[in-house]
Write a protein that binds this ligand. Structure first.
Ligand SMILES: NC(=O)c1ccc[n+]([C@@H]2O[C@H](COP(=O)([O-])OP(=O)(O)OC[C@H]3O[C@@H](n4cnc5c(N)ncnc54)[C@H](O)[C@@H]3O)[C@@H](O)[C@H]2O)c1
Ligand SMILES: [Zn+2]
Length: 351
């Protein structure tokens, strides 16, 4: 059991009695639980053991393609038809899609009702459920409509990970690695040496990772500065992810981020912030965990063009969050296209 105190709410890890206390304090007029078909199957019964009230279940189909306003309309309509009022509560039981969409629906229904995040994927436990960002995609662009609002509580149960498919575990693990690299060298060293990602003891690993994300987002909730360090590995990672998105071989977010982490570690080396040994250590560790996929990193010009569209750029110049050292990061770093191309070559080099 672990507990992290945030400014306006608490994050509890593996603590059902804390959940019951917070639930009792909220004393909702009606309780809605948002699930998708997988969390309904694997997680819902477990949660229901800890709620005595009658609850209403709202089920939406899983997948990023459903994180949109059409699904929100379904959720808002169900809330209305089932008598949700200002004192109702929504519990978002699922991965980042459920958390982002359910939180957004709660924050906008009747100008805002209470909601609890109960993340059930590794990615959502260490990343999506922390920091208050909520929203949905629009016209195929990610997170175009949304807001930042804290939940009434975040309750993480690492046992939910037991049913999560292995590729989803690896995908989420990339965010843990990122957190270590940007904020805590010891965390990185522990994580990077692990084998068998599917069957680790996660309570402590999740705790350390959440703590890092919480500390960063609390200092800069609106991403004016420091919060940008969380984008390490993501400028290149997003470009690779977008490039393959509609192909026959799409990548999971974390698999693309793993490529981004290696390439952007190279950029950090290139600007003189980490040593060659550190760079090779990062590359070798990540390739050991994620495999080596040079075919995903081409063609460079197109990837650079995709990066040019990133919302986080300034006046057309591509800005990176990079490592200042292993366990520390800086942001808003401009890098020449030539260096970006070199970083792809570095990733692609034979092991
Ligand atoms: N708000 C933020 O700060 C933030 C940060 C990072 C990512 N995100 C968002 O998070 C989303 C990705 O989240 P995700 O990776 O959790 O994806 P996801 O919600 O699509 O979940 C992945 C898959 O796992 C299934 N699943 C969930 N829990 C399960 C369990 N315990 N057992 C078996 N299957 C389970 C889901 O049904 C789904 O099929 C993206 O939309 C991204 O934009 C948000
Ligand atoms: Zn990510």
């Amino acid at each position: 059991m672990k507990n992290i105190l945030c400014k306006n709410y608490e994050i509890h890890i593996n603590d059902w009695s804390a959940f019951q206390q917070v639930y009792k304090k909220i004393a909702p007029s009606t309780t809605f639980i948002l699930v998708d078909e997988n969390t309904e199957k694997y997680c819902l019964l477990h949660l229901l053991e800890y709620i005595e009230d009658t609850v209403q279940i709202i089920r939406i189909p899983s997948g990023e393609q459903n994180k949109n306003l059409t699904t929100c309309q379904v959720v808002w309509t169900k809330l209305m038809q089932n008598g949700a009022d200002r004192h109702s509560l929504i519990i978002n039981l699922g991965g980042g899609v459920i958390g982002d969409l359910g939180g957004f629906c709660a924050a906008t229904y009747m100008r805002g009702i209470r909601f609890i995040q109960m993340p059930t994927t590794l990615l959502s436990q260490v990343d999506a459920s922390v920091g208050g960002k909520l929203g949905v995609d629009l016209l195929g662009f990610k997170n175009m409509v949304g807001l930042i609002k804290d939940p009434d509580g975040v309750f993480i149960f690492t046992d939910f990970l037991l049913t999560l498919p292995g590729d989803q575990m690896r995908s989420g693990y990339a965010e843990l690695l990122k957190h270590g690299l940007i904020a805590d060298k010891n965390v990185w060293e522990t994580l990077s040496k692990n084998t068998g990602i599917e069957s680790l003891e996660y309570e402590n690993l999740v705790y350390e990772s959440v703590l890092i994300k919480k500390n960063v987002t609390e200092q800069d909730p609106n991403e004016k500065g420091l919060r940008k360090i969380l984008n390490f590995g993501h400028t290149i990672g997003h470009a690779v992810e977008s490039y393959w998105m509609d192909s026959r071989t799409p990548l999971l977010h974390g698999e693309a981020v793993a490529i981004g982490l290696v390439s952007e570690a190279f950029l950090s080396y290139r600007i003189g912030k980490i040593t060659e040994n550190e760079l090779f250590d990062i590359r070798n560790s990540i390739l050991r965990l994620y495999g080596h996929h040079p075919k995903f990193v081409k063609p460079a010009e197109e990837l650079i063009q995709i990066m040019g569209h990133d919302k986080k750029n300034h006046h057309g110049s591509i800005r990176f969050a990079l490592l200042d050292s292993v366990g520390h990061a800086c942001y808003d770093v401009h890098v020449e296209n030539g260096a970006i191309e070199e970083s792809f070559l570095f990733y692609k080099e034979k092991i």
